[in-house]
Structures are given as structure tokens and as C-alpha cells.
Write a protein that binds this ligand. Structure first.
Ligand SMILES: O=C(O)CCC(=O)C(=O)O
Length: 264
């Protein structure tokens, strides 16, 4: 899938692009079955809420490891995902990490306002030439804890951040007063809602957040975060583990667009 000049200009202006129905319902069904299978795994790649429910499941795109999944491996290599990422990052890319965020019905919790590059700059990635492809694995509504994006916020550059303690995951979030100032002076946040299979590609400096899942349905999303090969991190002492800061920085090849259902 090739982005048009208009889509590239929109990404440049807003910092994100939405692709309704990017994956078909049969493909989504295969991927959802994989999430159900992987939710039974107990390993360092699988993070649970204190109540025991799944919060995040990492590293589903490789062929080895506890959370390896052939359908997700196929998904990240489809031209639908990989080609637009190559276009916006300007060349060869590799997967920085994959993460499935599970927001169970009623219980799934919020993610504070942040920029992904708040963490990735600390990992040693020299520039914000990074982006994430998010694909909805359930229909997503504002009630079910949709992602919100502030259009154009990537142009603010990297903002100061602080470690947020109010959630079960380590998150570098924007301090409250700064975020209030940004919200009062920026375009209204856009809720990214849609049918299962919808995708959204967003820049690593775009401000985003999401709320609690108050609905009766689980909200599962996969995040395929990519880095330009030329921007691989300069790792310091005690780098984060490979499942969150991949050391597999070979250029990812585009493969078969119909491989997700074949991998089932
Ligand atoms: O899954 C969500 O609702 C938000 C996740 C997010 O922003 C992140 O993992 O960086």
C-alpha cells in the first residue's frame, strides 16, 4: 500500500493518519484468537494488572520467544503496514517493539498523555524518526477507551516528562500543568474510533492518551512501533530488555499481504 502525496502531507501536518478497514474481519478473527492464546503465557513479555488481567503483551512479531506468533509476524510484514511506515520514516525500518494492549471490559485502565519519544529518547534513539502503526482488534468507541491524539502536536517537539506512578506500567507522562496549557492552546484531541481492523499510523512525538474502558466489550489493540535503521539506539548502561528495545535492527522485508490468514 503506497501513501498518496496528500496522505503524506496530512501525516506531516497532523502527525497521524487513519486507515478504516485496513484488515478484514477474517484477518482480525485470526489475530484475536492469537491474543486469547498468548494471554495464557506467563513470561517477562506479558504484563498483568494487579488483578491478574492482561495489560500488555510484547514481542509478538519474531519467530522465537515465549510470545512468538506467526499471524502477528505476518501482519507486521504486510505492505499495508510496512510500506507506509517506510514512506514516513524515509527508508529502511525495523520493529522497535510490538505490544498488544488489552483493555478488558469495565476494568481496563487509562494511559496518561505522553509522547512515545519521551521513552525512546531515553533508550538512546538519536532522533524522533520513529512511528507506530496501531491496529484495532475490536470495534473501538470512546466508551471502550479509544486512543486520543492531538493533531499537529508532534510539531511541539519533545516536551519535558515525568515518570507517572498511577498505573501498572512505567510511563513518562507530560506533567499536569504543561498538559493543561497544551490542551488549552491546541486543536481538540481526536478520538480514534472505528471497526476492528482499522489502523492508525502516528509520529513518535504526537501527544496521545486514552481513558478507562467503561464498555461491556474488551478493547484489544496492537501497536507496531518502528524505527529507521539509521536511527538505532546508542545503548547506555542497563538498557531496557530486547522485548521493548529490539536489538534486531536488520531492515524488515515486506512480505505477503495475504499471510495473516495463511498463518492461522
Ligand atoms: O492502548 C492505549 O490506549 C494507549 C497506549 C499507549 O499510548 C502506549 O502504549 O504508548
Amino acid at each position: 500500500m503506497e501513501l498518496t502525496a496528500a496522505q503524506r502531507a496530512q501525516f506531516e501536518r497532523d502527525g497521524f493518519l487513519i486507515f478504516p478497514n485496513l484488515f478484514s474481519q477474517p484477518e482480525v478473527a485470526v489475530l484475536r484468537q492469537e491474543v486469547a492464546r498468548l494471554s495464557e503465557v506467563h513470561s517477562e513479555e506479558v504484563h498483568r494488572e494487579p488483578t491478574g488481567g492482561i495489560k500488555s503483551l510484547f514481542r509478538v512479531h519474531e519467530t522465537d520467544g515465549a510470545t512468538a506468533s506467526a499471524p502477528f509476524r505476518a501482519m507486521v510484514r504486510t505492505p499495508r503496514v510496512l510500506r507506509p511506515v517506510q514512506q514516513v520514516l524515509g527508508g529502511d525500518v525495523y520493529v522497535y517493539h510490538t505490544k498488544i494492549n488489552a483493555k478488558p471490559a469495565i476494568e481496563g485502565t487509562h494511559w496518561m498523555w505522553h509522547q512515545d519519544y519521551n521513552s525512546w529518547s531515553k533508550d538512546g534513539c538519536p532522533t524522533p524518526n520513529m512511528a507506530t502503526f496501531n491496529v484495532m482488534l475490536n470495534d473501538t468507541s470512546e466508551l471502550s477507551g479509544a486512543l486520543y491524539i492531538i493533531p499537529g502536536s508532534h510539531k511541539l517537539g519533545l516536551l519535558e516528562s515525568e515518570l507517572y506512578a498511577g498505573s501498572s506500567v512505567r510511563l513518562w507522562a507530560i506533567p499536569k500543568q504543561k498538559m493543561i496549557d497544551v490542551l488549552r492552546t491546541s486543536p481538540a484531541p481526536v478520538p480514534i474510533v472505528g471497526r476492528a481492523g482499522t489502523g492508525v499510523l502516528f509520529h513518535c512525538n504526537v501527544l496521545h492518551a486514552s481513558g478507562h474502558n467503561l464498555s461491556a466489550e474488551d478493547r484489544w489493540h496492537i501497536y507496531v512501533s518502528c524505527n529507521a535503521v539509521a536511527n538505532k539506539p546508542i545503548l547506555g548502561e542497563n538498557p531496557r530488555p530486547d522485548w521493548v528495545v529490539s536489538r534486531n535492527w536488520y531492515p524488515l522485508p515486506i512480505e505477503d499481504d495475504s499471510a495473516v490468514t495463511k498463518a492461522a
